[in-house]
Design a protein around this ligand. Structure first.
Ligand code: PEP
Ligand code: MG
Length: 585
């Protein structure tokens, strides 16, 4: 049998073998289909029954998602119920069916076209998202009119979900049902909602496959390799065997990795270090702890906003933070206030497009200009701090005045809560992200005003080396081991240590074993990263002794280039501690 291999981007590692289930694309008929006038009432009834069935489905889905994945993913169905009611009342279906005598399917297509034209004319992310929601609801009604091939293949047990793209609502629903082995999408990226959810639920996923929905038929046998970003359609038995072997190896490796959770986080010469996790969803806590995280070093709170159509209330925030605080207690959780604006637009507000989003109204700059939003967030963080393990982290601090303003707002929020008799931790620690070079240069001054630093190397390197972190044309210049970067990091780490305060690195650099050794040599003891990478960093740091690393690091600070640094470090450390390099990924 012919087979096809497709390359994409692996966004959730692991391998699965199963049968394709196609999530229905919005396949509205392109030609108008008419009915004889005497069938008008029947057709209206058919449509109304589909709308009623869709309403019942949405209520049920909302309930299932709330129970299985959590309240914060169920909100989207409230919005969909509102859209459905709105469409049923004023969508104009009656008129289309009665006056134009079209089939219900064609009426849905017409209404969709009508909205698409309106939304297309608006150059705004918020409305683009609303268009997707309207399409989502109409597609559900459409499916209730006529079952598709999707349902026909629904009795398959080993399901691999193939789709053009998954709307957040669909991802939350389908992935939480527990019967999807893997996902393969035409569209998508590393930070898409589906990718994040798939990673936290351990479902191998490949995205960016461009045309898999056009190549695969429902029921086809598929191999999804989320580690290497590949999908094979109808693989011959030899290839199936090869991948089953790879799958077994990967799963053994995964089990092995989890054993690392019980290893002591200590270098050969007995120096303790702390691995922490970067997470985006409270659902990831168990996953993070199972990989040996000793706390949450970075909770990227902007995801709370990015996942819902309406602004989260103080209670919405509070429930998420309280869940985090309880889930990791007695370990700490560093809640970073929203890093939004610029590129990460907030769907609920229309944010101005900026010519240089990375240098624009981002993070704390945005929060200080949207004080009501910031106040809501600060109050919620404070309310969740009663267990005394919650810490605040402020992103993108550039100057000391910003810290002053944050403190005033924090004190105001504390005073309000005290007046309302709501308990909170009065000595909640406050720290800042060091990701703007000016803040790094002024570290010894800024540290006096805060309890700790967390160095965001992703942004710090982008700004210091003037290399856009997401631009593939200049990625060859993005070098964490550039001697200039290392000198800057040294300044920041030493400033914190001298002041007797905590310092962590929460950028990707902390997840790379060689860079982590350098950071250790520079004095760092807190490493925060995607939990999957904790075992390999732990392995590397446990395999070295601090004295050797320190000596090597002192040498590289005077070198001329990242290449020289890297070659020297590998040569020196490999000779002394080969075990540090043995656990790849
Ligand atoms: C960073 O900049 O290093 C960081 C951790 O924050 P983010 O990746 O969310 O910008
Ligand atoms: Mg950052």
């Amino acid at each position: 049998m012919d087979f096809t291999r497709l390359r994409g981007v692996g966004v959730s590692p692991g391998i699965a073998l199963g049968r394709a289930v196609l999530a229905g694309r919005v396949l509205f008929p392109s030609r108008k289909e008419y009915i004889p006038p005497h069938r008008v009432e029947d057709e209206l009834r058919r449509l109304n029954e589909a709308i009623a069935a869709t309403r019942a489905d949405l209520v049920e889905i909302k309930d299932t998602v709330r129970r299985k994945v959590g309240e914060e993913h169920a909100f989207i169905f409230d919005a969909h119920l509102l859209i459905l009611d709105d469409l049923a009342l004023s969508g104009g279906f009656d008129k289309l069916i009665r006056e134009e005598n079209v089939r219900a399917e064609s009426a849905l297509a017409d209404v969709y076209e009508h909205y698409r034209k309106i939304f297309d004319g608006l150059d705004d992310e918020y409305f683009k998202q609303r268009q997707a929601d309207v399409a989502d609801v109409l597609a559900k009604v459409h499916r209730n009119l006529a079952p598709t091939a999707d349902e026909a293949a629904d009795d398959v047990r080993e399901k691999i979900l193939v789709a053009h793209d998954l709307l957040p609502s669909e991802a939350a629903l389908r992935l939480s049902q527990g019967n999807i082995l893997a996902v393969a999408l035409d569209m998508g990226g590393q930070t898409s909602h589906t990718a994040i959810l798939a990673r936290s639920l351990n479902i191998p996923t490949v995205v960016g496959l461009h045309a898999i929905t056009e190549t695969v038929k429902a029921g086809d046998l598929l191999i999804v390799d989320g580690t290497d970003g590949e999908v094979i359609i109808n693989p011959p038995p030899t290839l199936q065997k090869e991948f089953l072997g790879k799958k077994a190896k990967y799963e053994a490796y995964r089990r092995e990795l989890k054993k690392a959770a019980s290893w002591k986080a200590e270098t050969l010469d007995g120096v303790r270090f702390t691995p922490l996790a970067n997470i985006e969803l409270p659902e990831e806590i168990a996953h993070a702890l199972s990989y040996g995280a000793e706390g949450i070093g970075l909770f990227r709170s902007e995801f709370i906003y990015l996942q819902r159509p309406t602004l989260p209330s103080e209670q919405d925030h509070y429930e998420i933070y309280a869940r985090l605080a309880r889930g990791v207690h007695p370990r700490p959780v560093y809640i970073r206030t929203i890093d939004i604006g610029g590129e990460k637009t907030l769907p609920q507000l229309s944010i101005q497009k900026e010519p240089n989003p990375a240098l624009g109204l981002r993070a704390i700059r945005f929060s200080l200009q949207n004080r009501e939003l910031f106040r809501t967030q600060l109050r919620a963080i404070l309310r969740a701090s009663v267990l005394k393990n919650v810490r605040i982290l402020i992103p993108m601090i550039t100057e000391v005045e910003e810290i002053g303003e944050v403190k005033i707002l924090l004190r105001e929020a504390q005073a309000e809560l005290a007046a309302e008799n709501i308990p909170f931790d009065p000595s909640i620690p406050l720290g800042i992200m060091i990701e703007v070079p000016a803040a790094a240069a002024l570290a010894n001054v800024l540290i006096k005003d805060v309890d700790y630093f967390s160095i965001g190397t992703n942004d710090l390197i982008q700004y210091y080396l003037a290399v856009d972190r997401s631009n593939e044309f200049v990625s060859y210049l993005y070098k964490p081991l550039h001697p200039a970067v290392l000198r800057l990091l040294k300044t920041v780490i030493e400033a914190a240590l001298k002041a007797g305060k905590d310092v962590a690195v929460c950028g990707e650099m902390a997840a790379d074993p060689l860079s982590a050794m350098v950071l250790l040599g520079l004095g760092l003891r807190k490493f925060s990263m995607n939990p999957i990478y904790i075992p390999r960093v732990k392995n590397a740091l446990r395999a070295v002794d601090l004295r050797t690393v320190r000596k090597a690091v002192a040498r590289v600070l005077d070198m001329r280039s990242a290449q020289e640094v890297e070659e020297y470090l590998i040569e020196t450390l490999m000779a002394k501690h080969p075990g540090a390099f043995l656990m790849g990924h």
